[in-house]
Write a protein that binds this ligand. Structure first.
Ligand code: FAD
Length: 566
């Protein structure tokens, strides 16, 4: 078998792996990154590209008052019994340093979400803005020929292939028929996109997660870090107790990669490991009752490698084994179902969610993670697949869209014909088209409408938190998340349970070292990203709580492997 020598082997090319690789290289190590797929970037390239970092330097520069103590108070309240003080402290200490390090030494740049509220703003220690930062848009041309191997964004969250940035950019799209400035802004972006497609066959203006993956890759390429594609790591090598490399299965045969300082596992957790899903996802008894927009290559390889080689254990005790998100399934052009994650639409005024029983079950403006937990609970005694229906009337649908259905002037015909969007002239007809209990549904809407007109929601308090309102429509008063559902036709989109990444990863210490079965750190074995157990205790405290820790613990692992104290 061929051999290859390096100091550090990084397995996986998402945010966790790339952060570790770049940090280690900048601290003098000779690094190799291996990636299972023919494209690099992992889930990271499909993501929103938000990182949650309390006390980050961008917020400090804008005058936000945040502190490690305040972040700790919040995370303690969020994680409850699963609060892991040592790892949380390492995250809070190193998160801001990681951001500064990447800003100063690499092609990675961020922008602040000044109004992006923590998801549970009423908890002690929460902030209503300033903790979430997003990768700044990036010109794909900077990557040269390497752009071809960057994993594309999730098709469903692009506009016919064009990436739309968060915040103001997204608002321009919503206002395209209402403001000349917005129309001009969108027209300019579209013209640029069409030109890029003609010239390069893809969007070259990268935003969100695609920008983050692109910026990380550019930084790695500039540093001369080799990246092997279609090269899954298959087995870890041990020297006594220490991990010293791995067998990597390349197109040209297996290679023994010897890594003096060890291996970083960053294979993106187990969202497509059906057996582990069956074991850990309460809504998916066979593992199949689940829809994930993550890449199918994320099959839990890193976790299995560590379990097999050193008897590592996983955080199966977490109350939620993954970050849940409601998913709808629009038909792709090839006829297969896509996966559209519902982040924003649920909070808009005039949108509610009901179960098949025709009843609301949650404050729809709450986070995707909380929404899904409530749905599973509300579906306990209901037959068939766990699902909910998002409901809107005609003016609401045309103003905001719903899921994959775009606002006016994009036509609805295709979405109705494909069955993705259900329509009914009356609420009863809509209920019949969806298989919802019509009598209960009509009562639900009548109750909701009675209060919504006054901006009130006594049952579920939609619009009551800063996070709800951040996603609402500020032009709607008195409550930016409430409007009656009254002008037909009426519409519905079905959502089921999916995930953005798994939480129940490998148990590690505060240096990102994987623990063996006896709870001792294994020399030379690190985990970052979703291969590492989440530090959020199974909860979802804010926008960016997987990528923030992924890059921070990647940074910690890279420094530790290089012998620098974290
Ligand atoms: C639509 C969407 C939006 C999201 N938005 C956000 C957000 O804004 N903020 C946030 O914090 N989180 C977000 N998430 C979640 C976030 O993207 C993931 O948690 C994160 O990207 C995981 O990073 P990672 O480095 O662990 O893994 P990944 O980015 O998935 O990278 C893992 C890589 O490892 C490779 N791999 C697998 N097995 C092997 C092997 N045996 N050998 C070599 N390589 C292997 C995979 O092919 C993959 O490329 C979002 C997720 C989705 C789907």
């Amino acid at each position: 078998m061929k051999t290859y020598d390096c100091d550090l082997l990084v397995v996986g090319s998402g945010a966790g792996g790339m952060a570790a690789a770049i940090t280690a290289k900048l601290h003098g190590l000779n690094v190799l990154v291996v990636e299972k797929e023919a494209v690099y970037g992992g889930t990271t390239a499909r993501s929103g590209g938000w990182l949650w970092i309390p006390g980050n330097p961008l917020a400090a520069r804008e005058g936000f008052r945040d502190s490690k103590e305040q972040g700790r108070t919040y995370l303690q309240a969020e994680a409850g019994n699963h609060f892991d003080a040592a790892r949380v402290d390492a995250f809070l200490e190193n998160g801001p340093k990681m951001v500064e390090f990447f800003e100063q030494k690499t092609a990675v740049e961020f922008a602040l979400g000044p109004q992006f509220s923590d998801y549970h703003p009423n908890q002690p220690g929460a902030m209503t803005g300033g903790r979430s930062i997003v990768a700044a848009p990036y010109d794909g041309r900077e990557l040269g020929a390497q752009i071809k191997a960057l994993r594309p964004p999730l098709e469903e969250i692009t506009f016919v292939g064009m990436m739309i940035g968060s915040g103001k950019e997204l608002l321009h799209f919503f206002n395209v028929t209402r403001s000349v400035v917005s129309a001009a802004y969108v027209a300019k972006l579209l013209a640029k996109y069409l030109r890029d497609r003609a010239l390069h066959g893809r969007a070259m203006r990268l935003t969100n997660g695609n920008a983050l993956a692109g910026r990380l890759a550019k930084s790695a390429f500039d540093l001369g870090i080799p990246l092997w594609l279609e090269a899954p790591a298959g087995e870890l090598l041990l020297d006594g107790d220490a991990v010293t490399g791995a067998v990597v299965n390349t197109k040209n045969g297996a290679v023994t990669v010897r890594a003096k300082k060890g291996v970083v596992l960053a294979t993106g957790g187990f969202p497509h490991d059906v057996a582990r899903r069956a074991k850990l996802y309460p809504h998916a008894p066979t593992g199949a009752e689940h829809w994930s927009p993550t890449p199918e290559s994320n099959t839990g390889d890193g976790i299995r490698l560590a379990q097999r080689a050193v008897g590592a254990t996983t955080a199966d005790e977490l109350p939620n084994a993954a970050a849940w998100v409601p998913i709808s399934r629009p038909l792709r052009s090839d006829g297969t179902p896509g996966t559209f994650p519902h982040f924003i639409d649920r909070a808009k005024p005039g949108v509610i969610a009901v179960t098949k029983a025709g009843r609301r079950f949650v404050n729809e403006g709450n986070s995707y993670h909380d929404f899904c937990q409530a749905l599973v609970k509300a579906s306990k005694d209901l037959p068939g697949e766990i699902c909910a229906w998002l409901i809107a009337d005609h003016p609401t649908l045309r103003r905001y869209g719903l899921g994959h259905v775009k606002p006016f002037p994009v036509p609805l015909t295709h979405q109705i014909r494909s069955g993705y969007l259900k329509r009914g002239r009356s609420l009863a007809k809509l209920a019949a088209a969806c298989g919802i209990d019509a009598t209960a549904f009509e009562t639900t809407v009548a109750n909701y409408n009675r209060h919504a007109a006054k901006g009130e929601d006594p049952e579920f308090h939609k619009g009551s938190t800063a996070y709800n309102r951040y996603l609402g429509d500020p032009s709607v008063t008195p409550n930016p998340c409430l409007a009656p559902i009254q002008t037909g036709p009426f519409y519905a989109v079905q959502v089921v349970i999916g995930d953005l990444g798994s939480f129940a990863g490998l148990k590690t210490d505060a240096q990102a070292r994987v623990l063996d079965g006896a709870g001792q750190p294994v020399p030379g074995l690190y985990a970052a990203g979703n291969d590492m157990a989440s530090i959020m205790g199974g909860n979802y405290p804010g926008g960016g709580i997987t990528l923030g820790p992924a890059m921070t613990f990647g940074y910690i692992a890279g420094r530790h492997a290089a012998g620098v104290e974290a």
